[in-house]
Design a protein around this ligand. Structure first.
Ligand SMILES: [Zn+2]
Ligand SMILES: [Zn+2]
Length: 115
């Protein structure tokens, strides 16, 4: 199973899977607050590859597309990771940060109501 290997770029998966439009890739990278170089290192590809994807010179196929849609910035630890869960209206929180997240919200709300 090489579903989450972003380096895979074989033509067969390009036919089988959906593609991500270049502007969606760029928008997601900017939301993550990563430079092209940082994005490349997260995905395990070269900066040139990221550049080619954003300029439509190379198709963004799965598993890169899947991974890009899973990546979020945790509102607790501010790291980019792929196991975050949406916690509206705060954003996304990691599994490992969830305890701290709830503790902090609870403490803040208690303090606010006492003011
Ligand atoms: Zn976190
Ligand atoms: Zn996370």
């Amino acid at each position: 199973m090489r579903f989450f290997d972003p380096r895979s770029d074989d033509p067969e998966s390009a036919l089988t899977f959906d593609k991500m439009p270049p502007d969606e890739f760029k928008r997601r990278r900017e939301i993550l607050g990563l430079s092209r170089k940082q994005m490349a290192s997260v995905l395990g590809v070269s900066t040139e590859t990221v550049y080619s994807w954003e300029h439509g010179r190379r198709n963004i196929t799965n598993p890169t597309a899947i991974l890009m849609r899973r990546l979020h910035v945790c509102c607790e630890c501010h790291h980019v990771c792929d196991d975050c869960e949406a916690m509206p209206p705060y954003g996304y929180v990691c599994e490992g940060c969830r305890h701290r997240f709830f503790e902090r919200r609870f403490t803040r709300e208690t303090t606010d109501s006492q003011l």
